[in-house]
Design a protein around this ligand. Structure first.
Ligand SMILES: C[S@@+](CC[C@H](N)C(=O)[O-])C[C@H]1O[C@@H](n2cnc3c(N)ncnc32)[C@H](O)[C@@H]1O
Length: 278
């Protein structure tokens, strides 16, 4: 099923995160500065935002800032990757708004309708990519690796992979397949960043209203991981986890307790960062 302007129902959630970035931009202490977010969110995104409780978008903002900082760090230095892959990039404008080192290629992978909508809106706004941006239209539950290779990803050179706000929409087999494919295409020294809920998020009464809202919008949360460090180790990645409110910019705006990482029965939002071992 599609919604106006050809986005599918999960794709339409990209307008929500764009709306969250637009709202953040209005704060004097903004953690993000995405000048195109409001235009990309459009009326539908801003209408969704108007229906949310105050603070509901903070997790999206903290996550975006965490991965902005991580990506900046991952791409810095002489031996850092010179290619980045943004899986499920949606209406995110990192390829335009971040400062990329000279010569970096950024592959944006999402469905064609989203990539086209973003490119045409940004072009109309006079925005120019700050890197060599390559759009790769693909279904991440199918065989997307070939499309990425066809678009020029070099699997013999390290890459920085980011999957933000994506993996909870994928059922378990598709989730595993995304990691398997990214691993196959990752030379040693590659980096991987993603966020994912723990399984308790999918069942906890505390998260139920948010999950019900997502499901009612046709974008149910399905994917989860309890121990990303162990699961990634099996694939040859050295991983670490962080949680919102734990540290870093915006920490003081987080008012909920940060659950101990080992408490499986409690819901966790994992920010995972990893390096592909040699
Ligand atoms: C919540 S949005 C997040 C977008 C962006 N990463 C951000 O943080 O603003 C989820 C994105 O995942 C994409 N997505 C979900 N399932 C997908 C699939 N099977 N194939 C390609 N893209 C998918 C959607 O199209 C959408 O752009």
């Amino acid at each position: 099923m599609t919604v106006p302007d050809g986005l599918d129902l999960v794709g339409a959630t990209a307008r929500w995160t764009a709306a969250a970035r637009a709202l953040e931009r209005e704060r004097p202490d903004a953690l993000l500065d995405d000048p195109w977010a409001a235009a990309l969110a459009g009326e539908e995104g801003m209408a969704w935002l108007a229906g949310q409780a105050p603070g509901a978008t903070l997790p999206m903002v903290l996550r975006a800032r965490f991965f902005d900082d991580w990506l900046g760090e991952a791409m810095r230095g002489e031996r850092a990757p010179r290619q980045a892959v943004l899986l499920g990039c949606g209406l995110d404008t990192r390829a335009w708004r971040l400062r990329w080192p000279e010569g970096v290629a950024v592959f944006e992978v999402d469905r064609a309708a989203i990539l086209e909508r973003k490119a045409s809106l940004l072009e109309a706004a006079g925005a120019r990519p700050a890197c060599r941006r390559v759009a790769v239209a693909a279904d991440l539950t199918a065989d997307w690796g070939a499309a990425l290779l066809g678009a020029g990803l070099d699997p013999t050179a390290p890459a920085a992979w980011l999957a933000e706000g994506l993996l909870f929409y994928l059922p378990d087999p598709a989730l595993r397949a995304v990691f398997a494919a990214a691993t196959r295409l990752s030379a040693p020294g590659s980096r991987l960043g993603f966020d994912i809920p723990s399984r308790a998020v999918l069942t906890s009464p505390w998260t139920r209203p948010w999950l019900d809202m997502q499901a009612a919008a046709g974008a149910p949360w399905l994917g989860a991981m309890d121990d990303p460090v162990a699961e990634l180790a099996v694939l040859g990645w050295r991983a670490a986890v962080a949680q919102p409110g734990e540290s870093g910019p915006g920490r003081e705006r987080w008012t909920l307790p940060v659950p101990p990482a080992g408490a499986r029965e409690l819901p966790h939002s994992w920010y995972v960062t990893a390096v592909r071992a040699a």
